[in-house]
Design a binder for this molecule. Structure first.
Ligand SMILES: [Zn+2]
Length: 80
């Protein structure tokens, strides 16, 4: 099945895009760059490049979040 990805903007580190992802257990949302795989806790931190971690530091496996899941997190307002 094709999974549409949802983005909140451009990565502040590289030329990639910031994708809304969810942990495999479905509990934690985060923002991950689709190019450099840097990760942030929320859209505002990602867009302002606050905190965040490099791909190698990510311990939690994630997947693309669906629109329904994104709405639960109230992050649909950030979708570009
Ligand atoms: Zn990036």
């Amino acid at each position: 099945m094709y999974m549409k990805s949802f983005y909140v903007g451009d990565c502040p580190i590289c030329c990639g895009m910031l994708e809304i992802v969810i942990s495999i257990n479905g509990k934690n949302f985060s923002i991950m760059c689709d190019e450099c795989s840097a990760e942030w806790e929320n859209p505002e931190d990602a867009l302002n490049n606050r905190g965040g971690s490099r791909a190698s530091a990510n311990e939690i496996e994630v997947r693309t979040a669906t629109l329904d899941e994104i709405k639960i997190a109230n992050w649909d307002i950030y979708i570009v």
